[in-house]
Design a protein around this ligand. Structure first.
Ligand code: C5P
Length: 238
């Protein structure tokens, strides 16, 4: 298909939800995606949001020890939305989990969104916006927020530099990619970055930023979990 024919066309997208991390910093007894937030596991929130955005399919990379539990969580959601949701065992590194998920996505998913289950409250509109922004000339798109704090680089307990915060962004997920670009990035650079866009940058492919969403914060600490609980309670009251 010519680039002009693609203009204005929305490519079918698939979502890989990476949920195979341990969540040590949360201090929980179960992997982080299975920590309970207002009555349901984080994984349920993340998959529900992804499905509400209207993908072709969703695949969850679960901790190998929790594949059956993940299937129990996602099966009713898949039925409710009429969209297939597959669970696969995740890998040792985050990148391994992304690759395991991508392998399963149907070939028609020319656009792939990768989402951290730990960003459980990222709203469906963010998935839709990122998917819609990926195009031939925008092969990689990440949601981001401005940095409000002053950020310093340190060496031990000595400040080495103060960074220009105007040029810094907090980067979230879902991150969106043309499938071929994401596959090439993982094949070439493996687990050399903490996010997928970092691998794509190493390929020399431009990565665009779009507006992120405050609710897409990563639930990492017990304080983050409290913040998420307040947001869910507020939403239930509205
Ligand atoms: O460890 P970190 O917070 O960067 O993990 C981000 C996301 O990647 C989490 O949702 C976690 O479950 C996932 N992950 C994974 N497989 C790994 C490590 C992390 O799916 N081996």
């Amino acid at each position: 298909m010519s680039p002009s024919a693609r203009q204005g066309r929305r490519d079918p997208f698939g979502v890989v939800v990476v949920a195979a991390g341990s969540g040590r910093r949360l201090g929980a007894e179960v992997p982080k995606a299975f920590v309970t937030l207002a009555g349901g596991p984080l994984l349920e929130y993340a998959v529900r949001s992804a499905l509400a955005a209207g993908p072709v399919a969703v695949v969850v990379a679960a901790p190998p020890s929790h594949v059956d539990e993940a299937i129990e969580v996602v099966e009713p959601l898949s039925r409710e939305h009429g969209i297939p949701v597959q669970v696969v065992p995740g890998g040792v590194e985050r990148g391994d989990s992304v690759l395991a998920g991508m392998r399963w996505l149907p070939a028609e998913c020319e656009v792939v969104l990768v989402h951290d289950a730990a960003r459980a409250l990222a709203p469906p509109v963010l998935f839709r916006m990122v998917a819609a922004a990926v195009a031939l000339d925008r092969p990689a798109v990440v949601p981001s927020l401005p940095v409000v704090d002053t950020i310093k680089r340190v060496d031990g307990n000595l400040v080495v530099a103060t960074l220009d915060r105007e040029s810094l962004r907090i980067v979230q997920t879902p991150q969106g990619f043309r499938r071929d670009v994401l596959l090439a990035a993982h094949a070439t650079h493996g687990s050399l970055a903490t996010d997928d866009a970092g691998l794509v940058e190493r390929l020399g492919v431009p990565v665009r930023v779009v507006d992120g969403h405050p609710a897409a914060f990563k639930i990492t600490t017990p304080e983050d979990l409290l913040r998420a609980e307040r947001l869910v309670a507020d939403a239930a009251r509205d």
